[in-house]
Design a protein around this ligand. Structure first.
Ligand SMILES: CC(=O)[C@@H](O)[C@H](O)COP(=O)(O)O
Length: 266
């Protein structure tokens, strides 16, 4: 099925974006990313070496930028200034690459986004020529503000980062999706493949996740499950689910048109 995801003018076949942190080593990262089928990989610039630490193993050697689109992110940043500085460093390290994931956190105990600082950083980064994909609360008004600023995609949380709690507020996601003119991705909180499928069935354009794969007992197998969950959810969304009925359900095998049973001979 030809149903590409378009972000900042570039086309992707996969609607699953994956993080690269929290794995045993870069080999495991590579294997999980390969199994996920992801084409966009996000990398925490403050925590992962992509050339900042000379002599150390670099993720670039395991996930070559010729094959993957890098999405540098600002994990660990608590102010707009820190986030902007981090993404400018990433742009230098990645030869002028402008696609970036903004996340400005508000509380180290739950990693909930600080939306005033996120909006401030988004404005500055857009002005500076970045294509900003932004981690945000599942608040439709703030999502609209980010879109109006010129962000390339809005990425409301399903639940808090690393929680694996799944989608806590599907109705807010629907409000964001129904009004969005840019791609909407669920980012954070996915726990298992059915969460990813539900996000896609709701009409999200894609899903971004890390912990659900890296913290699974078998990360490579979970990466493969997530790939299928996202694909199944997308297909179900495009196919259009049947309406829910409480009392008017029809039997799956209707009797109409059946040949009347022949009376048995006594
Ligand atoms: C990798 C990354 O960008 C995370 O900050 C992201 O929000 C994913 O969250 P989960 O780890 O909950 O999937």
């Amino acid at each position: 099925m030809n149903d590409p995801l378009v972000i900042a003018g570039k086309t992707y076949a996969s609607r699953l974006l994956v993080g690269t942190g929290k794995y045993k080593d870069f080999d495991e990262t590579r294997l999980a990313v390969e199994a996920s089928g992801a084409e966009i990989v996000t990398v925490a610039i403050r925590r992962t070496n992509i050339g900042q630490s000379e002599g150390e193993p670099s993720l670039l050697d395991y996930l070559p930028p010729s094959r993957y689109t890098y999405l540098p992110n600002t994990a660990g940043c608590y102010t707009a200034d820190d986030a902007v500085r981090t993404l400018r460093l990433a742009r230098e390290l990645l030869d002028g690459h402008t696609l970036a994931k903004l996340e400005v956190l508000g509380d180290p105990t739950n990693l909930y986004p600080n939306m005033p600082e996120t909006l401030k950083a988004a404005k500055e980064l857009v002005r500076d020529g970045f294509d900003v994909m932004v981690y945000c609360s599942d608040d439709p008004i703030q999502a609209r503000m980010l879109e109006d600023i010129g962000c390339a995609a809005v990425m409301p949380l399903a639940s808090i980062i690393g929680s694996g709690m799944g989608i806590l507020n599907p109705w807010n996601l629907r409000l964001i999706i129904d009004n969005a003119r840019v791609p909407v991705l669920v980012d954070a909180g996915v726990g298992t493949a059915s969460d990813a499928a539900i996000a896609m069935e709701l009409g999200c354009d894609a899903v971004l996740m890390n912990s659900a794969i890296s913290h699974a007992r078998n990360p490579v197998l979970m990466a493969s499950a997530m790939k299928k969950g996202v694909q199944a959810g997308r297909e179900a969304f495009l196919a259009g689910r049947m309406p829910r009925k409480l009392y008017t359900a029809e039997p799956s095998s209707p009797l109409q048109g059946m040949i009347a049973p022949v009376a048995r001979a006594a």
